[in-house]
Design a protein. Sequence first.
Length: 252
Amino acid sequence: MLALANKIVIVTGASSGIGRATAKLFAEEGAKLVVAARRQAELDALVAEISDTDGTAVALAGDVRDEAYAKALVDLALEKFGGLDIAFNNAGAVGVMAPLPDMVPAAWHETMDINLTSAFLGAKHQIPAMLERGGGSLIFTSSFVGYTAGVPGMAAHAAAKAGSIGLTQVLAAEYGPKGVRVNALMPGGTDTPSATFKTPESRAFVENLHALKRVAEPEEIARAALFLASDASSFTTGSALFADGGISITRT
Ligand code: NAP
């Protein structure tokens, strides 16, 4: 039995990295997908790949900072597939890095909007659809940054990612009684296009921060997302799940 047989799922940030790997894994596990990001061509390529392996996916391009887009993704899931069971709110970005006295409010707001307001807007429209189905699983991609690590220059990113854990806890308490589980996923350093370790030196530095002395492939984070999405985690809610190679506990 496939882990997500006939489950209807929204994956944001699906054009690249962790979101793309997760969409592919969820499709292999039987999910029907609505995939989301700004870049239409990358989403179309993903949908084609999924269709080639007999999976089911539709794409809608847009910006997760826009409430109308959050609603449109849910409407598409309802129209095309008849409901919504799972949402992986994963779109995010490092955002603007600067020492705090140098950070202008517009840069702060931009980083908060992509990493935290997007989670609020997604959940706002996804929860009612899940309640119609009698439950569901909501996942936010958070980070060790802002939870177990203070990385200089990343104040806005850290505040946003830490904020998503607060959001997770409140929504888990509010909607647990109605069958909706809500969890945060905490990747460690992961080899994706937006990873900050671009030079061999910076990569070696980041790898060494992890107990496993390497960074993750996106597919490894996707498997943790699958756990949170599926009934394998049926008694897990309100959690911040580490899939971080031990970066949170390592003092090199
Ligand atoms: P990535 O490959 O750059 O993917 C980011 C995804 O988010 C892309 O699909 C991008 O698509 C989408 N996105 C960004 N801004 C958006 C917007 N305004 N509207 C819609 N979609 C938007 O990076 P990743 O590493 O897989 O990141 C995925 C998540 O993991 C992020 O939340 C990130 O903060 C988190 N994370 C990553 C790491 C790491 O080391 N890589 C560690 C901890 C946490 P478009 O550009 O097409 O819009």
